[in-house]
Design a protein around this ligand. Structure first.
Ligand SMILES: Nc1ncnc2c1ncn2[C@@H]1O[C@H](COP(=O)(O)OP(=O)(O)OP(=O)(O)O)[C@@H](O)[C@H]1O
Length: 774
């Protein structure tokens, strides 16, 4: 047994021996690094000494260039070497703190000697570089630790399955190089260690979970089979954690051909980006690329519209139900997320191909250089059987030719002469020098003037050429608007309420606003006309909070990343956007070809105490199946208050108590940004509270106040639901938002309300919470 003193002594001795080896390795590396550093400094100082610069003739110039190149290569090789050592030293320092966290003894079938495998965040060899003192947790054999309890066990390698018997499984807690505890486990990963980890306080950064990865999470981390790996996991089941460890795993598995530059994570908001940013560096890996879908859309829409973000749309859906267009917009949001709308756009593209594409004039100095009508005629003069994007390319070529002709003609214009007279001295000298280098021309005044004119016109035409190359002559705004106009109002495939949807959309587009629900269709239509943009750099894409994406968005992502493997993680119970009401999302299996998808389901929640999970599972349909990890705390409390003033007094007292009880992050979660702002102004005089809005990129410990949709993906020691009254959370479609808010709590959940509590609590068993008057 692990508490056997002899065993503990043996393990402590081994730990010391390993630490010793780490020290020795570090010393060696430092010596080597010192040498390299000197080399680098020396090379930089003497870079030009060994190079004979000679550019008198071509041959000499080539020789000079090649010796510069050689010298630069030498320098960069030394620099790379230095960086590598720096990285290795950082790994050793991590191992010095916590060398390993697990051990398995495994006897392979038909072998007489067992393998003793110690698992840590990186591997370490012995002095002779023969035996592994520590195995990286991502090594094939390490899988045993996550997948089996003692008994028959097996693991996969490149060569096939290795079978045998696991004779021992042991866990260690090693901190600052000290053995804090160790225990042998029977079950997969002992509850003890997990309980200890989960009982800790929340941080403003996520932590790595390598020591306690659960079997089903390990399957997600190591899955390499399918193009689409789809994970439906209940709140707090470790989806984001598994995704990040999976990134680390992939970087290890494919270390020679994959770098962090080839992996991208789409996350729900910028705050989440900073929340997860420390996990990979903690594991010694570089962070993957991170973005939000909105960032991608924004970049592409550019300045053409005032683009709405998903949070503004959410705010509208939650607060504007009294506005006259509300229903029309809601229907529009749902329709525009669907594949039906995508099909309608496809039909529209065929219609455009005939003769309805809209172009912009190409203008110069306030005059039309090439009219939209001419561009249109050019487009329609081309063979109809050629695809639109190819025809656009041909139009582009012709426009560039035409522009070259116009550029020549422009040189004779009066303004060019005027501008050449107005050139300042520097500009003139520059031109003059250029002319001088052109043999025998400097005394030819006419020639000089012509060249000057050429240069001036060229400078002015450059932005036009650039715009043409970027296909700016297509009027995408007008084309999208036309889709909703009288001209094409009656589509065979248009939905019942198409007129209403058109009315609302046109109103927004005319104000140069692009509602969030129109952003994806707008870009899709643009791509159908210009040709698709394809990203080949990203080889693995992770989409967290996948329930927020519509089938239409997925169609666009699939086109953008045709060869990318995707890991798609989400929870249908947290689908809070209006387009997901009774509609498929990125988690729906019908979006994927059967043979290309692998689906995993996580039912156990690790984040919250058993009492919080028992409460929150009553909030959603099918919640009975959600399992709680067995960690105890207080039951959530519902506190009735008389009015807003009373509510505030109670919240202030509760938040302060939670902090003094040792909770480090306390979140007051409101329904909307509007409610958050109002509450913040009323509370801030008496409570040290930080306001979080969509522009907040980081948060620190203490009390924060934020709307529920920004709390997505994040967790807090204690959560206060600001106002769970029936007047605030009254509609069925707010259920998932309410569930998302409550499931952010790790240890403590308190809900306040005025007069009557929300009807969304109706199915929560009364013994799952305490109810009191404040
Ligand atoms: N195997 C594990 N060992 C230790 N901690 C774990 C493990 N799995 C999950 N956790 C912890 O549970 C919490 C929730 O994990 P995570 O945020 O990854 O869940 P999620 O499924 O993405 O949640 P949500 O959908 O609610 O945002 C985190 O604190 C995480 O560290």
């Amino acid at each position: 047994m692990a508490d056997n003193n002899q065993e503990l002594l043996r393990e402590t001795d081994r730990l010391h021996a390993v630490l010793n080896e780490i020290d020795k390795k570090a010393v060696k590396l430092k010596q080597h690094s010192g040498g390299l550093k000197k080399d680098v400094i020396h090379l930089r100082k003497t870079f030009w000494d060994d190079i004979k610069v000679n550019v008198d003739n071509m041959k000499e110039a080539i020789e000079t260039l090649s010796s510069v190149k050689q010298q630069a290569e030498l320098l960069s090789e030394r620099e790379r070497g230095h960086q590598l050592i720096h990285k290795q030293l950082a790994t050793l320092s991590r191992l010095k703190d916590s060398a390993y966290f697990g051990r398995v003894d495994f006897l392979e079938n038909d072998e007489s000697k067992k393998d003793v495998v110690y698992l840590g965040t990186a591997s370490l060899m012995d002095e002779n570089e023969e035996e592994f003192l520590i195995y990286d947790w991502r090594a094939p054999i390490s899988s045993l630790y996550y997948d089996y309890s003692p008994g028959p066990a097996q693991y996969e390698t490149m060569e096939g399955t290795v079978k045998g018997e696991m004779e021992l499984k042991r866990q260690f807690i090693i901190r600052n190089g000290q053995m804090k505890s160790m225990f042998d486990t029977g079950v997969t990963i002992g509850d003890e260690l997990l309980k200890e980890v989960l009982g800790n306080h929340a941080d403003s950064n996520m932590k790595s979970i390598v020591a306690t990865i659960q079997k089903e999470q390990n399957q997600i981390i190591r899955n390499e089979k399918s193009k689409y790996l789809i994970v439906q996991g209940v709140a707090g089941s470790g989806k984001t954690s598994a995704a990040l460890q999976r990134v680390a795993y992939l970087l290890y598995r494919h270390m020679n051909e994959l770098t962090a530059e080839n992996i991208m994570l789409f996350s729900p908001n910028p705050l989440f980006n900073s929340y997860v940013a420390t996990v990979l560096p903690e594991l010694g890996e570089d962070n993957m690329q991170q973005s939000t879908f909105q960032e991608y859309v924004e970049k592409r829409v550019g300045k053409r519209f005032k683009l709405e973000d998903p949070f503004e749309q959410m705010e509208y859906v939650l607060t504007a139900d009294k506005e006259e267009n509300y229903q029309a917009r809601l229907k529009g949001i749902q329709y525009k997320a669907s594949m039906q709308f995508k099909e309608l756009i496809d039909d529209y593209v065929s219609f455009l191909a005939k003769d309805q594409l809209i172009f912009k004039h190409i203008t110069f100095r306030g005059e039309i250089l090439i009219s939209a009508q001419t561009i249109k005629e050019t487009f329609h003069s081309l063979d109809m059987s050629i695809s639109i994007p190819n025809r656009i390319q041909l139009v582009k070529e012709r426009l560039l030719k035409e522009l070259a002709r116009k550029e020549k003609m422009e040189r004779k214009q009066e303004w060019v002469l005027e501008e050449s007279e107005l050139l300042n001295k520097e500009e003139y000298t520059e031109v003059y020098q250029e002319l001088r280098s052109d043999e025998d021309t400097f005394d030819d005044i006419d020639r000089e003037q012509r060249l000057l004119a050429k240069k001036i016109v060229k400078k002015h035409f450059r932005p036009i050429i650039k715009a043409i190359k970027k296909l700016k002559f297509i009027d995408h705004r007008a084309i999208y608007r036309q889709l909703f106009s009288g001209k094409v109002k009656q589509w065979e495939k248009s939905p019942e309420n198409w007129e209403e949807i058109c009315g609302y959309t046109l109103k927004r587009l005319k104000q140069k606003e692009l509602p969030y629900e129109d952003a994806t269709p707008f870009l899709y239509l643009q791509d159908r006309i210009e040709g698709q943009k394809i990203n080949t750099r990203i080889r693995y894409l992770f989409i967290d909070e996948a329930q927020d994406y519509s089938p239409f968005q997925f169609a666009v992502l699939k086109q953008l990343f045709p060869n990318t493997r995707m890991t798609i993680l989400g929870d249908f119970n947290q689908a809070i956007y209006a387009h997901t009401i009774n509609a498929p999302t990125l988690l729906s299996s019908e979006l994927y070809e059967k043979e290309k998808q692998d689906r995993m389901v996580l039912m156990k929640s690790y984040r919250s105490t058993r009492q919080i999970v028992e409460f929150t599972k009553g909030l959603v349909a099918g919640g009975e199946a959600i399992e709680a990890f067995n960690r105890n705390g207080e039951k959530p409390s519902l506190i009735r208050t008389a009015d807003q003033d009373h509510l505030h007094r109670k919240i202030i007292g509760t938040a302060k108590d939670q902090l003094s009880n040792g909770h480090q992050t306390v979140a007051i979660i409101c329904k909307t940004a509007q409610e958050t702002k109002e509450a913040f102004h009323l509370l801030k005089g008496e409570l040290d509270v930080q306001l979080m809005d969509k522009e907040t990129y980081t948060f620190t410990k203490g009390i924060i106040i934020l709307p529920a949709y920004l709390a997505k993906g994040i967790e807090f020691d204690a959560v206060i639901i600001y106002n769970a009254s029936s007047s605030i959370y009254s509609k069925e479609f707010e259920r998932k938002l309410f569930y998302t808010a409550c499931t952010r709590a790790m240890h403590d959940l308190k809900l306040f309300f005025i007069a009557e509590k929300t009807p969304l609590l109706r199915d929560v068993p009364s013994d799952a919470f305490t109810l009191s008057n404040g």
